[in-house]
Design a protein around this ligand. Structure first.
Ligand code: PBG
Length: 324
């Protein structure tokens, strides 16, 4: 049977009908909100490359986290800028480091909000790479030891989940073992499993001061041309003990999100990254698109592709729109 018996437009006639048959909807529950905390600033400082996003000193980061929680967002993920950087990212391990202090203050101020930490070296190394360098190469196995110590230090400070974003081989297993051996057997790992080498991270690197000082990240982050490799990375991370797997970026990788969602039985996260955010902001500022309509379309598409969890700088704004 086809036209005129079949008329798909019958179900699109009114807003209420469309609401009845809508297959995908967003909720504040789906979001993790990224917050930048900095040892370098003494007041909230706008990030030029990300309109509406700030680098916060710790007290203001607590206020921002509370605001997100009150809007119904269950989790924040923290990115830190330290005052001191060195070759091995040692300031990332300090008990009184920027992230460790921020975790304690946020957990004290908003105990039920989940605090996720990004486990990586690039914000703490003077060369801006995600691991230690020997002979011009990012060394995998040496880096694992630092990442494991960093994850334990975050858990010790009270982090609810740790999220390794470095893309070293074997880091999920190494971190799992370190957490288990230090009394943090119940701290879940959200692995940045399929993390691509992407120009969409540009605005973030300005925010976090983590641009590599030489070369690029292509020897550890994935090639944008590959999808089989993403499934392999995801399978390895699950075998090593990942509790949640992530695809990053989101918008140009909806096919990857969909494939991962179909193949695994864990929560799947997708990172709506800085470049995706800033493109929307600039298009809206220029009057080329309506920010609300464009943002909701993009985030709904990421969820429709199969993301259970979305990391997004738009999270508080979306929660406000959803409550209207
Ligand atoms: C750190 C890290 C990056 C992002 C999240 N964690 C940057 C990078 O890998 O260069 C990017 C997030 C964004 O662009 O919003 N390893």
């Amino acid at each position: 049977m086809s036209f005129p018996t079949q008329r798909p437009r019958r179900l699109r006639r009114t807003p209420t009908l469309r609401r009845l048959v809508r297959e995908t909807s967003l909720s504040p529950d789906n979001f993790i909100y990224p917050i930048f905390v900095s040892e370098v600033v003494d007041k909230a400082t706008p990030i030029a490359s990300m309109p509406g996003i700030f680098n916060f000193p710790i007290p203001e980061a607590v206020t921002e986290a509370k605001r997100a929680f009150e809007l119904g967002i269950p989790a924040v993920i923290l990115f830190g800028t330290p005052t001191k950087k060195d070759a091995s990212g040692s300031s990332s391990l300090k008990n009184d480091g920027i992230i460790q202090r921020a975790i304690r203050e946020i957990k004290a101020g908003v105990p039920d909000l989940l605090v996720v930490t990004d486990v990586c070296l690039c914000e703490y190394t003077d060369h801006g790479h995600c691991g230690v360098i020997r002979d011009g190469m990012v060394k995998n196995d040496e880096t694992l030891e630092i990442l494991a110590a960093q994850a334990v230090s975050h858990a010790e400070a009270g982090a609810d989940l740790v999220a390794p974003s470095d893309m070293m081989d074997g880091r999920v297993g190494r971190i799992r073992r370190a957490l288990d051996n230090s009394g943090h057997g119940m701290t879940p790992i959200m692995a940045y499993s399929a993390k691509y080498a992407s120009a969409f991270y540009g605005p973030f690197r300005e925010a976090a001061g983590s641009t590599p000082q030489f070369g690029d990240r292509r020897s550890y982050q994935m090639d944008a041309a590959n999808s089989q490799e993403a499934l392999r990375e995801v399978a390895l991370d699950i075998a090593e003990g990942a509790d949640i797997v992530m695809v990053k970026p989101a918008l140009a990788y909806l096919d990857i999100i969909k494939e991962v969602r179909q193949k695994v039985h864990l929560p799947v996260a997708a990172y709506n990254v800085s470049g995706e955010y800033t493109m929307v902001k600039l298009a809206a500022e220029r009057g080329i698109a309506d920010e609300r309509v464009l943002t909701m379309e993009i985030l709904t598409a990421i969820k429709r592709a199969g993301a259970d969890i979305i990391l997004s700088y738009h999270a508080p704004q979306v929660a406000r729109w959803l409550a209207e």
